[in-house]
Design a protein around this ligand. Structure first.
Ligand SMILES: C[S@@+](CC[C@H](N)C(=O)[O-])C[C@H]1O[C@@H](n2cnc3c(N)ncnc32)[C@H](O)[C@@H]1O
Length: 282
């Protein structure tokens, strides 16, 4: 079996015989299988490949497809199998990207912070969060990024330069436990921690409770009133659960009169799932 594609047209061949075709035009899907070959899974095969090639099966992508309302039972079953649902005079299949712990943090911060502030990335790693903070801060803002590994500092500065954001943000090698040395009290609008190890590097260099609790304390001191500390906590085989438990105990003991504390569990994920937390300084 083979699918040959020409532009938006897909043709399904069994040996040298074309037994089905599909087309995608402006998000509108059309699938037809030769009646002699129906009810054998060829429609599924073709439609799945069309969706896959156009981002419809990628959990990180947003996608939107439409199709005509089918008259035949088999075509209706095929549409239902791939989650097309009736909407007015057509079928619609909509996907939003799966929510991740880091994505959720970004959404939360973007909804609450305005351009122009001082933003701190206390664990810059490969610079994804720093880049996000630079875009949020905008040209009138400033982003300071810290990491204990030179490799991470270099990766972050390279990412910022490539994105044309090096006028807004800069990474330096610094233990976040000493964050107080680079940020004055009540100066920061936001401090972000994405704990754990540097993706793509050795797992034995990772944050630990010993350094993370003083760093969280220093971050709260650095925050302005109204500022937000965002932290994604991790646990698991390599890093254990000590840092996560210590951070949660620290957050839960913060006085209600001075801080609002949110612990946002993905309740149907594994216990070791990343845990986004937010502290808002009053
Ligand atoms: C999960 S990664 C961060 C990912 C990163 N924010 C990004 O967007 O790519 C965790 C980072 O924390 C750093 N780190 C661990 N302990 C640290 C410490 N005491 N001070 C500063 N950074 C630390 C690690 O070197 C690693 O790069």
């Amino acid at each position: 079996m083979e699918i040959r594609q020409e532009g938006c047209q897909y043709t399904l061949y069994k040996e040298q015989t074309a037994i089905g075709a599909a087309r995608l035009e402006a998000g509108h899907v059309w699938v037809e299988i030769d009646p002699a070959w129906r009810q054998r899974g060829y429609g599924s095969y073709l439609l799945k490949e069309l969706l896959r090639q156009n981002g419809g099966l990628d959990p990180k992508q947003k996608s939107h497809f439409t199709a005509a309302l089918p008259e035949e039972e088999a075509a209706r079953a095929l549409a239902t199998k791939f989650d097309f649902v009736p909407a007015g005079d057509r079928l619609v299949r909509r996907r939003v990207p799966d929510l991740s712990a880091v994505g959720f943090c970004h959404d939360f911060l973007a909804a609450r912070l305005a351009p122009g502030g001082l933003y701190i990335d206390a664990t810059c790693g490969n610079g994804h969060d720093t880049e996000f903070l630079c875009r949020l801060a905008g040209p009138s803002g400033r982003v300071l990024a810290l990491d204990i590994q030179q490799q991470a500092v270099d990766a972050t500065n390279a990412r910022l330069a490539q994105a044309g954001l090096d006028g807004i943000g800069r990474a330096v090698r610094q233990d976040h436990a000493r964050l107080g040395e680079v940020a004055a009290p009540n100066s920061a609008d936001c401090v972000v921690f994405n704990f754990g190890w540097l993706p793509g590097a050795a797992h034995n260099v990772h944050s630990t409770a010993e350094g993370s609790i003083p760093a969280l304390q220093a971050a709260l001191t650095a925050l302005k009133p109204g500022g937000i500390l965002a932290a994604v906590l991790y646990s698991g085989q390599v890093i254990g659960s000590g840092e996560k438990e210590a951070a949660l105990a620290f957050f839960r003991a913060l006085p209600l009169t001075r801080y609002t504390v949110l612990v946002c569990e993905f309740a149907n994920w594994a216990d070791t799932a990343p845990l986004p937390c937010f502290i808002i300084k009053k």
